[in-house]
Design a protein around this ligand. Structure first.
Ligand SMILES: Cc1cc2nc3c(=O)[nH]c(=O)nc-3n(C[C@H](O)[C@H](O)[C@H](O)COP(=O)(O)O)c2cc1C
Length: 170
């Protein structure tokens, strides 16, 4: 069984437990490492050509405009072939209810036939939000497996929870 993690995570200013903090490593990035350590996996980072503003308040407006426009932002690198993998873990933050648009840019390019997709959403209160629906539409042919919502502020201490979850998935 071969595992792959596709993740998006934003370093820099973020909203944590009611105030704006600087994160050297994003929450979804930390969780990606926990999954990798638990079950072993190749890792692909979704990253946009056009960076989002480092200022949190500006970034949320940029993200809102992209959501409204159903934008599919250009990525620095694309993953085109996942044929060698059995389990795909998708990890990313809740931005206005669903994953950042860039995640969909990547997921919609792939053929998930015969693959199982497990996913984690980091958030500040909205939980999985609309991700269960959008991931099903974006991952063509996939069997959707387990899901987990992790509160961003608790991401650094979620190691055991995430490891147990990942082991259960495979
Ligand atoms: C543009 C933007 C929009 C966000 N929208 C939401 C939201 O609608 N609901 C929520 O619970 N958290 C929201 N958040 C908070 C993030 O989901 C949360 O901080 C998450 O842990 C970030 O993960 P990351 O550090 O891997 O990027 C938003 C954050 C950003 C930057």
């Amino acid at each position: 069984m071969k595992n792959l993690i596709i993740y998006y995570s934003r370093r820099g200013q973020n909203y944590v437990n009611g105030s704006i903090k600087h994160l050297d490593r994003g929450n979804a990035e930390l969780i990606t490492e926990f999954i990798k350590n638990a079950v072993g996996a190749d890792v692909f980072e979704v990253d946009t050509v056009k960076p989002y503003d480092t200022d949190y308040m500006v970034c949320i407006e940029e993200a809102k405009a992209e959501l409204r426009a159903k934008a599919r932002p250009e990525l620095k690198e694309y993953l085109d072939d996942i044929s060698e993998y059995d389990n795909i873990f998708v990890v990313g933050p809740n931005w206005w209810g669903i994953y950042p648009m860039a995640m969909y840019t990547q997921l919609e390019r792939l053929d998930f036939t015969g693959k199982t997709v497990h996913y984690i959403v980091t958030h500040e209160g909205s939980g999985l939000g609309g991700v269960p629906k959008t991931i099903k539409n974006a991952c063509k042919g996939a069997k959707i497996g387990e899901s987990l919502a992790v509160h961003g502020g608790s991401a650094p201490s979620s190691k055991e929870q995430v490891e147990n979850w990942a082991e259960k998935c495979i």
